[in-house]
Write a protein that binds this ligand. Structure first.
Ligand code: ZN
Ligand code: FE
Length: 265
């Protein structure tokens, strides 16, 4: 039997990591079927424009995760060369650059033939969103869930950050987590103080140390790997609870304790 063209399996987005500023990451997500290309966050224009030129891609969409300058500063310069559609959180429209499309939790974002879902991940800021592309097993989390860590809670509450991270934790384990910063080495040192006997964590820390020694990025990471090693996703874990003297406490309280310790680390 010959499959109709419509039922052919879609090709996943071709995703490229672009180091920006000192320790930020922007991402390009290119749909090979339609040529559509999305940029996720714009820390600075120059490395993004260079990558687009080298790849021969033209931006169709720019997805903004949150209002901090290190995620939006390059927008005007990028738009001058790539007049793309700008998408960001409706809740943050008052403090983001002009948006063409305002989105909220559950909305769909179309990049060529791939559709993404908006997830509200407030906590680091109120109005921070993540973009999940199920067909490509990719989630862009910026300063919510990070490799071995999570963003500092500036505007929301720690329970709110916990709830946001739990939404991400519920995605399929094979999802690749594209986060906003190269903070993994510092996160690793902290994680060891919370979960010192976790063999998966110990071996991941070794890997992270080797990669950073060779100046290689440790981002993106696999969600299953985060679930096994990231203390901010493991507040329910009996060994962590015991280590913190919080056996049987609820996960929100344990998360709050872990986040507070990281603030003071
Ligand atoms: Zn931020
Ligand atoms: Fe940031």
């Amino acid at each position: 039997m010959i499959l109709a063209e419509e039922s052919a399996i879609a090709m996943p987005l071709d995703i490229r990591t672009i180091p920006c500023l000192d320790d930020n990451y922007a991402y390009l997500a290119h749909d090979p079927e339609t040529g559509a290309t999305a940029l996720i966050d714009i820390p600075e224009a120059a490395p993004i424009l260079k990558a687009l030129k080298d790849l021969g891609w033209t931006l169709s969409d720019i997805l903004i995760t949150h209002h901090h300058y290190d995620h939006i500063d390059g927008l005007a310069d990028v738009l001058r060369q790539h007049p793309a559609r700008v998408i960001g959180a409706a809740a943050d429209a008052h403090r983001l650059p002009a948006l063409d499309v305002k989105v909220a939790e559950g909305d769909t974002v179309q990049v060529g033939s791939e559709s993404g879902t908006v997830i509200d991940v407030s906590g680091h800021t109120v109005g921070h969103v993540a973009f999940y592309f199920a067909g490509s097993a990719a989630v862009f989390t910026a300063d919510s869930l990070m490799a071995l860590g999570c963003g500092r809670v500036f505007e929301g509450s720690k329970p709110q950050m916990h709830e946001s991270l739990q939404k991400l934790a519920a995605l399929p384990g094979e999802t690749v987590v594209y986060s906003g910063h190269e903070y993994t080495a510092a996160n690793a040192q902290f994680a060891l103080t919370i979960d010192p006997d976790n063999a998966a964590l110990i071996s991941r820390v070794r890997e992270v140390t080797e990669k950073r020694a060779s100046h290689l990025p440790t981002v993106p990471s696999l969600l299953s790997e985060e679930l096994a090693t990231n203390p901010f996703l493991r507040a329910h874990d009996p060994a962590i609870q015991a280590h913190l003297g919080m056996t049987g406490a609820n996960a929100v309280d344990v998360f709050t304790e872990i986040r507070t310790r990281k603030d003071n680390f």
